[in-house]
Design a protein around this ligand. Structure first.
Ligand SMILES: C[S@@+](CC[C@H](N)C(=O)[O-])C[C@H]1O[C@@H](n2cnc3c(N)ncnc32)[C@H](O)[C@@H]1O
Length: 346
């Protein structure tokens, strides 16, 4: 069964990697069908009800998608072919005659010059003429037309509530200190680490706990280390506010008082030596010693996600990590973030 993720377009590859990680966490068996600009199509195996229950969970976890759509059909983006596609679909698979529907389109970049409202109306008209009732305000089934490199059409099976991330913007949290990742980025990184509910997630440079709040909200048991006591107590204030299962240690990421291989996932944003303070002999010492600790603490077969402004692959490889992937994200003119996904071999 084909499903499409309508991606947020915040980054070229992170939304795709995040969607894959969340489907894996949810236990779905899938394979990639197509990657289009801001739209990922996957073929998922199994019973439709079970798949869509899992996709509800995926939509609650992912940050960098808008909707998940059961694909009813695909075609090029000419109006003629879209209307032909709309005519050929058997809508009884997606709604019954008692249910109401709406058609909403999203245009991605400038792949198509079709007017959004016009195509929504024409496709809606086709469905109406097959005996189904439209309701623009309170529809029971929402059909989505993604107009990008291709037209992807089908009912929405789950939507991401992106407004919750706005409520957790750094300056809206009880404790704020500059240099924080935006909550949607922090959530995507937590997801990429593949941490599951009840597993232990560590951020050894936790700052105000931006990453840990997102980890706790997906049900991980989160632990943070922060060298500055004022910030460590602020991190605790933030975690108290959002809830979950958590602990903060006011200590040094280079000397963590835990036994070997007791951590299921690491997601962290170490200081770069520019704005955030470094408590170490040098940046080199800080990175080398903290990476050695991360490697020691992480269980075998698990992932670490590290954000940095500098190239940290040397330190990661030196302590034993396998580099799975590296992404760069332009934040503004003078800041490009590097995100590195690391694996500790079994
Ligand atoms: C870039 S900030 C992390 C921001 C964090 N993601 C947040 O949500 O606020 C890096 C943090 O590492 C802390 N830090 C610096 N040296 C450290 C060390 N040796 N051990 C633990 N924390 C350290 C800094 O005080 C700073 O709060």
């Amino acid at each position: 069964m084909l499903y499409a993720f309508e991606l947020s377009g915040e980054h070229d590859s992170i939304p795709v990697i995040e969607a894959y990680a969340c489907m894996e966490i949810a236990g779905l068996k899938f394979r990639e069908y197509a990657i289009l600009d801001q739209c990922l199509i996957v073929d998922i195996e199994g019973n439709i009800n079970e798949i869509e229950t899992c996709l509800q969970y995926v939509a609650e976890r992912v940050a960098m998608s808008h909707h998940i759509i059961r694909v009813a059909g695909m075609c090029d983006t000419s109006a003629e072919n879209i209307l032909k596609l709309a005519d050929d679909i058997d809508y009884s698979k997606y709604l019954n005659t008692e249910q109401t529907f709406v058609v909403r389109a999203r245009k991605i970049k400038n792949y198509s010059d079709i007017k959004r409202e016009l195509i929504e109306g024409h496709v809606g008209g086709r469905i109406f003429r097959k005996g189904f009732r439209a309701n623009l305000k309170r529809p029971e089934v929402k059909f989505r037309l993604i107009l990008g490199e291709k037209c992807v059409f089908g009912p929405i099976v789950a939507s991401v509530n992106r407004s919750v991330y706005e409520k957790r913007l750094p300056h809206k949290k009880p404790f704020f200190y500059p240099g924080v990742l935006m909550p949607r980025v922090a959530r995507a990184l937590v997801n990429i680490s593949k941490v599951k509910k009840d597993e232990v997630l560590l951020d050894p440079f936790c700052g105000t706990a931006g990453i840990l709040v997102e980890g706790a909200l997906v049900g991980a048991r989160v632990i943070g280390i922060e060298v500055r006591s004022m910030i460590a107590s602020g991190a605790l204030t933030n975690l108290d506010y959002f809830g979950g299962y958590y602990n903060i240690i006011n200590g040094d990421a280079c000397r963590v008082p835990f036994k070997d291989e007791c951590i299921d996932a690491i997601v962290t944003d170490p200081p770069y030596g520019r704005s955030a303070a470094i408590k170490a002999e040098s940046l080199h010492h800080l990175y080398f010693n903290s990476f050695r600790e991360m490697y020691r603490l992480l269980r075998k077969g698990k992932f670490a996600v590290v954000v940095s402004e500098i190239d940290i692959s040397f330190f990661a490889k030196e302590v034993g990590f396998e580099i799975i992937d590296e992404y760069s994200q332009r934040v503004h003119r003078s800041l490009t973030r590097r995100i590195i996904l690391l694996y500790k071999k079994k």
